[in-house]
Design a protein around this ligand. Structure first.
Ligand code: GLA
Length: 550
């Protein structure tokens, strides 16, 4: 019997919602300018001599002299000049990295790490940072990719020094920032710092407006930080700033660029915190390529490799699902070197259920948001760590081949494209280096079955079947033909699946088209089913409520 249409493979309902602790463990040759130098030392034209003998002697002496000269030159060059030359060439090369926003790896993938804000707000100090750094190693977080440790607001004194520098807070950071970053770097981690594009940070510490070059140098060269989170508070009056939001953030972009150019170091990762107010996903990635603003020709800057898309996250499902909804409309904006930042994770902070935390983490990872842990690590539970350390989920976030986010292919509870902060898109898919990944989110307050036809995803081939890997239970779950049903997905829970092509579907699988809309036989007879209704000039898919008749 050929298989029937509809669900051929069904997910075993019991595997969802059960807790599964998954702890796991120019040297070659002579540089060009020097070749020129040797050429200059070479023979001029030989004088014409009368006698052949004299000519031979002279030629021999000249050759001997020349040989000695060349040898001496070469020896002294390699002894005294080559190292300097080589170093200069290296410096130029390195400095070149700062010139091209795509010539280095900074921000190519969403960055992973720890940020102090969600867990501690302003209550930070160097002991805490030391402990956190050590725990990142001890708990295996660095091993799975969390390699930035970022200080957020409130690390400084309220006022700049007499000479105009930001000063590390003498009480909470008495050893100074250079010692702190040395410690962090010593553990193989990178360090991040925070400032603001306006007069003040959001907690009213000094911002970097009009001090961009000085602060970039302080943060990167003197203090040793590798990343700058740059906030959006305390905007100067219009008559002073005379810039829109793009110009405001271009100032630090230019400063980071120029610093990189002068030091030869890769640029600091530029992490914009613009809360999505003026659509940073439209312009932040291009900051480095906008050559002039308001007639100021010649300015060049680094791209922002990441930009916040929403207001601050709260440790509540309503906040998580709202951020998910807003980002569902701009998921297209993330790719290599530029990512929608959905904010610091709340996993482990107590306001989300285990299922909600998994959903939160999966969505952030699959949508290529930076993954920043924001919980107190010393008391992080096994469950919390099992979520944060799910390497199969992290692998999608850090895919070296595919930079784009998953995108929704069906909203589910609501009509497609409905903006709803409680019931956002529920059915998502995306390409990965190893197949097509699916994310199903149950936004309802009770368990629900969730089904989709495979070719609703643009990445699935008609007429093929797919092996299914569950990225939370870490099990391989047979082969899906045409459709997939996840049974009893818990309230606010997630299903994360990786589908891999497993060859042709069984011969004679019915109906002839998996997707019936406008599918015809050779005579033009349509197979459209009842799942569509007229909408504007075409059709739209009926919502699940309509199909259920509720
Ligand atoms: C803003 C940012 C937060 C945090 C605080 C610090 O609210 O969005 O992420 O950095 O400022 O004051």
């Amino acid at each position: 019997m050929p298989p029937e249409s509809g669900t051929v493979f069904e997910k075993n309902s019991t595997s969802y919602g059960t807790y599964n602790d998954m702890e796991e463990p120019l040297r070659e040759g002579t540089p060009r300018s020097d070749r020129t130098r040797f050429r200059k030392h070479g023979l001029g034209k030989a004088n014409a001599l009368d006698s052949q003998f004299v000519l031979v002697i002279s030629l021999r002496s000249i050759l001997v002299a020349l040989f000695s000269l060349l040898s001496a030159g070469a020896i002294s060059y390699y002894l005294f000049q080559y190292p300097t030359f080589y170093k200069d060439a290296k410096d130029t090369e390195d400095a070149g990295e700062g010139l091209d926003p795509f010539a280095h790896d900074v921000g190519r993938l969403p960055f992973m790490g720890y940020n102090t804000w969600n867990a501690y707000h302003c209550d930070i100090n160097e002991t805490l940072i030391h402990e956190t750094a050590e725990l990142m190693i001890k708990l295996g977080l660095k091993d799975v990719g969390y390699n930035y440790l970022n200080l957020d607001d409130c690390y400084s004194e309220r006022n700049r020094s007499a000479s105009g520098d930001i000063i590390a807070n003498a009480t909470s950071f008495p050893s100074g920032m250079k010692n702190l970053t040395d410690f962090i770097h010593g553990l193989g981690l990178k360090a991040g710092i925070y400032s603001d594009s306006g007069w003040f940070t959001c907690a009213l510490y000094p911002g970097s407006y009009q001090n961009e070059d000085r602060d970039a140098r302080l943060f990167n060269v003197e203090w040793g930080f590798d990343l700058l989170k740059y906030d959006n508070c305390a905007v100067p009056y219009d008559e002073i700033i005379k810039e829109g939001v793009v110009g405001k953030f271009t100032r630090m972009s230019n400063a980071i660029y120029n610093l990189s150019l002068s030091t030869g170091r890769p640029p600091m990762l530029y992490s914009l915190c613009q809360w999505g107010r003026e659509e940073p996903w439209v312009w932040a990635r291009d900051l480095g390529q906008m050559e002039e603003l308001d007639g100021e020709a010649g300015l060049r800057g680094v791209a922002a490799q990441t930009w916040r898309t929403t207001g601050d996250i709260d440790d509540k499902w309503q906040s998580v699902v709202g951020i998910l909804n807003q980002n569902s409309f701009i998921a297209w904006a993330s790719d290599f070197y530029g990512h929608n930042d959905m904010d610091i994770l709340e996993v482990g902070n107590g306001g989300l259920t285990y299922e909600e935390s998994k959903t939160h983490f999966t969505a952030w990872a699959f949508m290529k948001s930076p993954l920043l842990i924001g919980t107190h690590l010393a008391s992080a539970s096994k469950k919390t760590l099992s979520i944060l350390k799910n390497t199969e989920i992290i692998a999608i976030n850090q895919d070296p081949v595919v930079g784009k986010s998953v995108t929704p292919f069906r909203w589910g509870v609501n009509h497609d494209w409905t903006y709803n902060n409680s019931h956002p898109a529920q059915y998502w898919s995306g390409r990965t280096e190893n197949g097509t990944v699916f994310m199903l989110i149950n936004t309802l307050n009770k368990p629900a079955d969730m089904s989709f036809n495979l070719t609703e995803s643009p990445w699935i081939r008609a007429g093929r079947q797919y092996s299914v890997r569950d990225l939370w239970t870490h099990t391989s779950n047979g082969t899906a033909v045409r459709s997939f049903t996840a049974k009893a997905v818990p309230a606010h829970g997630v299903v994360a699946l990786l589908l891999q092509d497993a060859g042709d579907e069984p011969e004679g699988t019915q109906p002839p088209c998996q997707r019936e809309e406008w599918c015809t036989d050779r005579n033009g007879t349509r197979l459209d089913d009842i799942g569509f209704e007229p909408w504007n000039d075409g059709f739209q898919r009926k919502s699940e409520q309509q199909l259920r008749g509720t």
